[in-house]
Each structure stands twice: as structure tokens, then as C-alpha cells.
Write a protein that binds this ligand. Sequence first.
Ligand SMILES: [Fe+2]
Ligand SMILES: [Fe+2]
Length: 219
Amino acid sequence: MTAEDFVRDLDERNQAILRRLAPDATLKPEVSGDLNVRNLLKVALKNEIEATEIAARWLVTTDDVDVKMAFARQAGDEAKHYRMIADRLRDLGFHASSFDPLAKGYGPLFSYLDTLRTTVERVAAGQFTREAIAVVKNRQFIEFCDRAGDTVTATLYRDVIEPDERFHHQLGRSLLLRCATTPAAQDLARRAAARTLALAEELQAAALQTAGIHHAPGC
Ligand SMILES: [Fe+2]
Ligand SMILES: [Fe+2]
């Protein structure tokens, strides 16, 4: 199929699965224990630092200037998100300077993304799919913040972070249109996207089970 048809098909497949990540129940959360904006923002720090680093690793291992600059732009945005979230945490009484989000190591999604060697897999998984997941998760997180009465954090996500993540998804779309042009490339892209979604579902199930978290922000 053409690259245009392929990207449309992949988007539809992704959205069908993302609807499972966004069941109505997650929009009416049972808030209990330590499930608060502060603790969810600490999860966000880890997501942002991992997103920064994977984009940075990929930017130095491609020779294609457009791809390089797309990853550079993403790395910069994710680092900016990290700083903004750290600033917000400081206002909420938590000093991120004494906190290492990677103290327990990288997560399974980062480890998987780090194995990808081709541009078509990287943009399908790390940008087109992961950033589509981020948009859904951030929408849920914004609702959570609104419900918790934290309009400052909600506004940060609504006005800055969520539009940036949407842009990263669009970067992935435009690069996929350029490189998912053969059946072999499309097959690689489809597999990488499916694995990314499966990992996101597993991670969400694990977070729900261990910490009752079902709306940690994405990146
Ligand atoms: Fe992002
Ligand atoms: Fe981000």
C-alpha cells in the first residue's frame, strides 16, 4: 500500500487500542492514598528524562538531516518539559534537584526503544505511537488535575506540554510518510508500533495494580 494508506491504517489500529487505554473508568478515578498531582509529576519526570534520552541517542545514530533535526527538536522539548515539571514540583514543595528519576534504572519501554535500529521503526514507535499514547494520558492527567483543583498544573499541561507531544506525534507522521514506502518497511513499522502499545498497556496494568495509578502523564 502507499505510505499515505499505510499511515492512515496504522493510525486507525493505534487509536482502536488507545481507546482501551482510555476507558471511561479512568476518567472517574478512585483517588486514594498517595495518588496526588505531586506523585504523578514525579512519574512524569522519569517519562520526560527517558523521552529526552532516547531522542538524543537516536539523533546521533542517523545520517538523515531531517530525521536528526526531528529528534533534536524532540529532545529539546522533552528536556524543557522536565524543567517545567521540576519547577512545578518545587512550587508544590518537592525539590527535584535531590531526586534522580532514573535511580531504579530505565523502564521497559525505554529499553525496548533502545533496541530499535532503523529510522522507520524509531519514528513509528518512539514518535508516532508513543506520542499518541502521551496525548491520551495527558488528557486524562489534565482532567485529574482539574478535579484535584490544581489549575496551575492543568494549565501547564494543556497549554504547553500536550501541544508539544501532539507535535512530536505529527513529526512521526511526516517522517513515516517519507520512510514507510515499502512492504518491508511498513511491516517493521507496524510491529514496532504494536510492541510499543503492548508495553504501554502492560505498564498501565502494572501501575494500576501496584500503585493505583491510571493517569500518569506521558511524554
Ligand atoms: Fe514528546
Ligand atoms: Fe514530554
